[in-house]
Design a protein around this ligand. Structure first.
Ligand SMILES: Nc1ncnc2c1ncn2[C@@H]1O[C@H](COP(=O)(O)OP(=O)(O)OP(=O)(O)O)[C@@H](O)[C@H]1O
Length: 259
Protein backbone atom coordinates (compact mmCIF):
# COMPACT_ATOMS: atom_id res chain seq x y z
CA UNK A 1 0.00 0.00 0.00
CA UNK A 2 1.35 3.36 -1.03
CA UNK A 3 1.91 5.79 1.85
CA UNK A 4 2.51 9.51 2.33
CA UNK A 5 5.85 10.64 3.78
CA UNK A 6 6.12 13.90 5.69
CA UNK A 7 9.44 15.38 6.72
CA UNK A 8 9.16 17.92 9.51
CA UNK A 9 12.16 20.00 10.55
CA UNK A 10 14.57 17.27 9.47
CA UNK A 11 18.27 17.93 10.10
CA UNK A 12 20.83 15.27 9.24
CA UNK A 13 24.32 14.85 10.66
CA UNK A 14 27.41 12.69 10.14
CA UNK A 15 28.87 13.04 13.62
CA UNK A 16 29.67 16.74 13.98
CA UNK A 17 29.16 17.44 10.29
CA UNK A 18 25.76 19.01 9.63
CA UNK A 19 24.95 17.61 6.17
CA UNK A 20 21.35 18.74 5.63
CA UNK A 21 19.37 21.54 7.25
CA UNK A 22 15.68 21.92 8.02
CA UNK A 23 13.90 19.88 5.40
CA UNK A 24 10.11 20.19 5.39
CA UNK A 25 8.20 18.42 2.66
CA UNK A 26 5.33 16.03 1.97
CA UNK A 27 5.97 13.22 -0.48
CA UNK A 28 2.75 12.05 -2.06
CA UNK A 29 1.64 8.42 -2.32
CA UNK A 30 1.05 6.88 -5.78
CA UNK A 31 3.48 9.36 -7.27
CA UNK A 32 7.14 9.57 -8.22
CA UNK A 33 9.17 12.25 -6.46
CA UNK A 34 12.60 13.13 -7.86
CA UNK A 35 15.45 14.60 -5.79
CA UNK A 36 17.78 16.72 -7.91
CA UNK A 37 20.66 19.09 -7.12
CA UNK A 38 24.41 19.42 -7.44
CA UNK A 39 26.84 16.89 -6.06
CA UNK A 40 27.15 16.86 -2.26
CA UNK A 41 23.96 18.80 -1.53
CA UNK A 42 22.52 15.88 0.42
CA UNK A 43 20.07 14.11 -1.90
CA UNK A 44 21.24 10.61 -0.99
CA UNK A 45 21.52 11.56 2.66
CA UNK A 46 17.88 12.71 2.75
CA UNK A 47 16.85 9.58 0.84
CA UNK A 48 18.59 7.32 3.37
CA UNK A 49 16.91 9.16 6.23
CA UNK A 50 13.56 7.93 4.88
CA UNK A 51 14.22 4.31 5.81
CA UNK A 52 16.66 4.78 8.67
CA UNK A 53 19.62 3.62 6.58
CA UNK A 54 21.44 6.83 7.46
CA UNK A 55 21.97 5.84 11.08
CA UNK A 56 23.76 2.64 10.02
CA UNK A 57 26.85 4.83 9.58
CA UNK A 58 28.67 5.28 12.87
CA UNK A 59 27.94 8.61 14.54
CA UNK A 60 25.27 9.52 11.98
CA UNK A 61 21.90 10.75 13.18
CA UNK A 62 18.71 12.54 12.22
CA UNK A 63 16.65 15.09 14.16
CA UNK A 64 13.07 16.15 13.44
CA UNK A 65 10.32 13.84 12.28
CA UNK A 66 9.78 11.56 9.31
CA UNK A 67 6.16 10.45 9.29
CA UNK A 68 4.87 7.53 7.23
CA UNK A 69 1.10 8.00 7.04
CA UNK A 70 1.38 9.90 10.32
CA UNK A 71 3.64 7.40 12.14
CA UNK A 72 7.05 8.77 13.15
CA UNK A 73 9.73 6.40 11.83
CA UNK A 74 12.13 7.73 14.47
CA UNK A 75 9.84 7.22 17.47
CA UNK A 76 11.49 5.27 20.29
CA UNK A 77 9.35 2.16 19.96
CA UNK A 78 9.82 1.82 16.19
CA UNK A 79 12.06 -1.04 15.01
CA UNK A 80 14.41 0.16 12.21
CA UNK A 81 14.36 -3.29 10.61
CA UNK A 82 10.59 -3.04 10.28
CA UNK A 83 10.97 0.44 8.79
CA UNK A 84 13.35 -0.93 6.14
CA UNK A 85 10.80 -3.59 5.26
CA UNK A 86 8.13 -0.93 4.75
CA UNK A 87 10.48 1.38 2.90
CA UNK A 88 12.58 -0.58 0.40
CA UNK A 89 15.66 0.65 -1.38
CA UNK A 90 17.33 0.13 -4.75
CA UNK A 91 20.92 1.27 -5.15
CA UNK A 92 23.07 2.83 -7.84
CA UNK A 93 24.88 -0.38 -8.75
CA UNK A 94 22.72 -3.46 -9.14
CA UNK A 95 23.64 -5.64 -6.17
CA UNK A 96 22.05 -9.08 -6.52
CA UNK A 97 23.68 -11.79 -4.39
CA UNK A 98 26.01 -13.13 -7.11
CA UNK A 99 26.04 -16.83 -6.32
CA UNK A 100 22.37 -17.01 -5.35
CA UNK A 101 19.86 -18.11 -7.98
CA UNK A 102 17.48 -15.60 -9.55
CA UNK A 103 14.66 -17.19 -7.58
CA UNK A 104 16.51 -17.01 -4.25
CA UNK A 105 17.51 -13.42 -4.93
CA UNK A 106 13.84 -12.47 -5.22
CA UNK A 107 13.09 -14.30 -1.98
CA UNK A 108 16.13 -13.01 -0.06
CA UNK A 109 14.32 -10.18 1.72
CA UNK A 110 11.33 -12.34 2.54
CA UNK A 111 13.60 -14.98 4.12
CA UNK A 112 15.48 -12.33 6.04
CA UNK A 113 12.20 -11.39 7.63
CA UNK A 114 11.85 -15.01 8.78
CA UNK A 115 8.62 -15.38 6.89
CA UNK A 116 7.70 -19.04 6.46
CA UNK A 117 6.39 -19.63 2.98
CA UNK A 118 5.49 -22.88 1.25
CA UNK A 119 7.01 -23.82 -2.12
CA UNK A 120 3.71 -22.95 -3.83
CA UNK A 121 3.53 -19.56 -2.10
CA UNK A 122 7.14 -18.79 -2.88
CA UNK A 123 6.68 -19.78 -6.55
CA UNK A 124 3.73 -17.41 -6.75
CA UNK A 125 5.63 -14.63 -5.01
CA UNK A 126 8.66 -15.05 -7.30
CA UNK A 127 6.46 -14.85 -10.39
CA UNK A 128 4.44 -11.90 -9.10
CA UNK A 129 7.55 -9.94 -8.10
CA UNK A 130 9.39 -10.65 -11.34
CA UNK A 131 6.31 -9.69 -13.34
CA UNK A 132 6.06 -6.54 -11.24
CA UNK A 133 9.64 -5.73 -12.16
CA UNK A 134 9.02 -6.47 -15.87
CA UNK A 135 11.58 -9.27 -15.79
CA UNK A 136 9.49 -12.46 -15.73
CA UNK A 137 9.45 -13.18 -19.45
CA UNK A 138 13.21 -12.82 -19.70
CA UNK A 139 14.08 -15.13 -16.80
CA UNK A 140 11.21 -17.56 -16.30
CA UNK A 141 13.16 -20.42 -17.88
CA UNK A 142 16.30 -19.90 -15.82
CA UNK A 143 15.11 -19.14 -12.30
CA UNK A 144 17.71 -21.49 -10.82
CA UNK A 145 20.67 -19.84 -12.53
CA UNK A 146 22.77 -17.28 -10.63
CA UNK A 147 21.60 -13.66 -10.56
CA UNK A 148 25.06 -12.57 -11.66
CA UNK A 149 24.44 -14.13 -15.10
CA UNK A 150 22.00 -11.37 -16.01
CA UNK A 151 22.80 -8.13 -17.81
CA UNK A 152 23.22 -4.97 -15.72
CA UNK A 153 19.72 -3.77 -16.56
CA UNK A 154 18.23 -7.17 -15.77
CA UNK A 155 20.15 -7.27 -12.48
CA UNK A 156 18.70 -3.89 -11.54
CA UNK A 157 15.19 -5.15 -12.30
CA UNK A 158 16.01 -8.24 -10.21
CA UNK A 159 16.89 -5.91 -7.33
CA UNK A 160 13.56 -4.14 -7.84
CA UNK A 161 11.80 -7.54 -7.78
CA UNK A 162 13.61 -8.31 -4.52
CA UNK A 163 12.48 -4.96 -3.10
CA UNK A 164 8.83 -5.43 -4.05
CA UNK A 165 8.70 -9.08 -2.88
CA UNK A 166 8.42 -7.92 0.73
CA UNK A 167 5.38 -5.73 -0.13
CA UNK A 168 6.81 -2.36 0.89
CA UNK A 169 4.82 0.89 1.02
CA UNK A 170 7.64 2.99 -0.41
CA UNK A 171 10.50 2.32 -2.83
CA UNK A 172 13.57 4.54 -2.64
CA UNK A 173 15.94 4.57 -5.62
CA UNK A 174 19.39 6.12 -5.48
CA UNK A 175 20.45 6.84 -9.06
CA UNK A 176 19.11 3.46 -10.21
CA UNK A 177 20.11 3.97 -13.86
CA UNK A 178 23.54 5.53 -13.53
CA UNK A 179 25.33 2.24 -14.22
CA UNK A 180 23.03 1.25 -17.08
CA UNK A 181 22.98 1.67 -20.87
CA UNK A 182 20.19 3.75 -22.51
CA UNK A 183 17.99 0.74 -23.39
CA UNK A 184 18.13 -0.65 -19.84
CA UNK A 185 17.56 2.87 -18.52
CA UNK A 186 14.40 3.14 -20.59
CA UNK A 187 13.17 -0.21 -19.23
CA UNK A 188 13.72 0.98 -15.65
CA UNK A 189 12.03 4.32 -16.36
CA UNK A 190 8.98 2.53 -17.75
CA UNK A 191 8.97 0.32 -14.71
CA UNK A 192 9.15 3.32 -12.35
CA UNK A 193 6.09 4.69 -14.09
CA UNK A 194 4.21 1.45 -13.39
CA UNK A 195 5.47 1.13 -9.82
CA UNK A 196 3.79 4.34 -8.77
CA UNK A 197 0.39 2.70 -9.19
CA UNK A 198 1.17 0.68 -6.08
CA UNK A 199 4.01 2.39 -4.27
CA UNK A 200 5.29 5.76 -3.23
CA UNK A 201 8.48 6.13 -5.29
CA UNK A 202 11.36 8.49 -4.51
CA UNK A 203 14.29 8.67 -6.90
CA UNK A 204 17.62 10.50 -6.71
CA UNK A 205 18.89 11.35 -10.16
CA UNK A 206 21.61 13.47 -11.73
CA UNK A 207 19.87 13.22 -15.04
CA UNK A 208 17.45 16.10 -15.38
CA UNK A 209 15.74 14.69 -18.44
CA UNK A 210 15.13 11.58 -16.40
CA UNK A 211 13.62 13.58 -13.53
CA UNK A 212 11.40 15.39 -16.02
CA UNK A 213 10.37 12.11 -17.68
CA UNK A 214 9.61 9.97 -14.66
CA UNK A 215 8.55 12.22 -11.80
CA UNK A 216 5.34 13.94 -10.79
CA UNK A 217 7.06 16.13 -8.23
CA UNK A 218 10.62 17.38 -7.98
CA UNK A 219 12.65 18.54 -4.99
CA UNK A 220 15.67 20.73 -5.74
CA UNK A 221 18.41 20.68 -3.10
CA UNK A 222 21.37 23.03 -2.98
CA UNK A 223 24.32 24.18 -0.90
CA UNK A 224 24.45 27.89 -0.08
CA UNK A 225 28.24 27.57 0.10
CA UNK A 226 30.85 24.81 0.39
CA UNK A 227 30.94 23.41 3.91
CA UNK A 228 27.38 24.61 4.60
CA UNK A 229 24.58 22.09 5.05
CA UNK A 230 22.43 21.20 2.05
CA UNK A 231 18.94 22.69 1.91
CA UNK A 232 15.70 22.03 0.12
CA UNK A 233 15.35 25.09 -2.10
CA UNK A 234 12.19 24.33 -3.99
CA UNK A 235 9.68 21.52 -4.16
CA UNK A 236 6.62 21.19 -6.35
CA UNK A 237 5.12 19.74 -9.49
CA UNK A 238 7.84 18.66 -11.91
CA UNK A 239 6.17 20.59 -14.70
CA UNK A 240 6.41 23.81 -12.67
CA UNK A 241 9.93 23.23 -11.36
CA UNK A 242 11.21 22.67 -14.88
CA UNK A 243 9.25 25.36 -16.68
CA UNK A 244 8.39 28.04 -14.18
CA UNK A 245 10.48 27.73 -10.98
CA UNK A 246 10.05 30.24 -8.18
CA UNK A 247 13.72 30.41 -7.20
CA UNK A 248 16.58 31.73 -9.27
CA UNK A 249 18.87 28.96 -7.97
CA UNK A 250 16.44 26.34 -9.30
CA UNK A 251 16.29 28.01 -12.68
CA UNK A 252 20.07 28.27 -12.85
CA UNK A 253 20.42 24.58 -12.06
CA UNK A 254 17.71 23.45 -14.45
CA UNK A 255 19.11 25.49 -17.29
CA UNK A 256 22.62 24.21 -16.60
CA UNK A 257 24.10 27.50 -15.43
CA UNK A 258 25.68 25.72 -12.49
CA UNK A 259 25.97 22.32 -10.83
N1 LIG B 1 29.43 8.38 5.20
C1 LIG B 1 29.63 9.72 5.26
N2 LIG B 1 30.38 10.26 6.24
C2 LIG B 1 30.59 11.60 6.32
N3 LIG B 1 30.07 12.50 5.45
C3 LIG B 1 29.32 12.01 4.44
C4 LIG B 1 29.06 10.61 4.29
N4 LIG B 1 28.27 10.43 3.20
C5 LIG B 1 28.07 11.67 2.70
N5 LIG B 1 28.68 12.61 3.44
C6 LIG B 1 28.68 14.07 3.19
O1 LIG B 1 27.34 14.56 3.30
C7 LIG B 1 27.12 15.54 2.29
C8 LIG B 1 25.94 15.10 1.44
O2 LIG B 1 26.31 13.94 0.72
P1 LIG B 1 25.29 13.15 -0.21
O3 LIG B 1 25.98 11.92 -0.71
O4 LIG B 1 24.00 12.97 0.47
O5 LIG B 1 25.08 14.20 -1.41
P2 LIG B 1 24.42 13.97 -2.82
O6 LIG B 1 23.65 15.20 -3.11
O7 LIG B 1 23.65 12.70 -2.83
O8 LIG B 1 25.70 13.88 -3.73
P3 LIG B 1 25.96 13.09 -5.08
O9 LIG B 1 25.02 13.71 -6.07
O10 LIG B 1 27.39 13.38 -5.39
O11 LIG B 1 25.69 11.64 -4.84
C9 LIG B 1 28.43 15.69 1.51
O12 LIG B 1 29.14 16.77 2.05
C10 LIG B 1 29.13 14.38 1.78
O13 LIG B 1 30.54 14.53 1.71
Amino acid sequence: MSKRIELQDVDIYYGKFHAVRQVNMTIQPRAVTAFIGSSGCGKSTVLRSLNRMHEVIEGAYVTGQVLLDGVDLYARDVDPVRVRRQVGMVFQRPNPFPTMSIRDNVLAGVRLNNARVSRKESDELVEKSLRGANLWNEVKDRLDRPGSGLSGGQQQRLCIARAIAVSPDVILMDEPCSALDPISTLAIEELIHELKEEYTVVIVTHNMQQAARVSDQTAFFNLKAQGQPGELIEFGDTEKIFHNPEEKATEDYITGRFG
